[in-house]
Design a protein. Structure first.
Length: 192
């Protein structure tokens, strides 16, 4: 539940950041100016002879509001989607991750050894502390990558949709297969 709340909070911040401020101000100023003109025509006091002018001013303000509000909503939605699916930073991170081929292989070897360890019933945190620190350090470059992704995700540099699109196959699909592949390659000295 907490994760879903954080995702909605992030989306809300992205929507607020997507509102085009200049257009919002222009919209507000236009409607306020029309109403101000109407109020100045009636002299601040609505009398039977000035009431039609005031009603016309309100009608024109409503027409402007009905025209400008959808434009503002559309521009906000377009900017929100641009921010939501902007892959620029993720592409840079992905290139860095792709350059970690050897480090990923070493990390996979350590992970498969850990996962196939003898005492699978013990707490994984305690089991991990029993792994040789030099072996644990081999996993750090891969963990650092995902730590960077989490940092930039929390800072709204890209959306959870971009992270899911670019990293889900690494985390859920490809990475366990790769661990098996590296383990088999190490045993048979063949390529994956």
């Amino acid at each position: 539940m907490k994760y879903k709340l954080l995702v909605w909070f992030s989306k809300g911040r992205r929507v607020l950041a997507s509102i085009p401020i200049a257009d919002l101000l222009a919209f507000s100023v236009a409607v306020t100016a029309i109403l101000t003109i109407g109020a100045s025509i009636v002299g601040g006091n609505v009398k039977p002879e000035t009431l039609p002018f005031w009603e016309k001013s309100k009608a024109v303000a409503k027409v402007f509001a009905w025209i400008l509000a959808p434009i503002l909503v559309c521009k906000t939605w377009l900017e929100y989607n641009r921010r939501k699916y902007d892959p620029e930073l993720m592409f840079t991170l992905q290139k860095d991750f792709d350059a970690l081929d050897e480090e990923r292989a070493l990390a996979a070897t350590v992970c498969i050894a850990f996962l196939s360890g003898a005492d699978k019933e013990a707490d994984e945190t305690k089991r991990w502390t029993l792994v040789d620190p030099r072996e644990r350090e081999k996993v750090e470059p891969v963990l650092d990558f995902f730590e960077d992704v989490g940092f930039y995700l929390k800072g709204d540099q890209f959306s959870d949709d971009v992270v899911h699109h670019n990293s889900h196959h690494w985390i859920r699909g490809w990475y366990p297969k790769r661990i098996d592949c590296y383990s088999n390659r190490r045993q048979s000295r063949s390529g994956c």
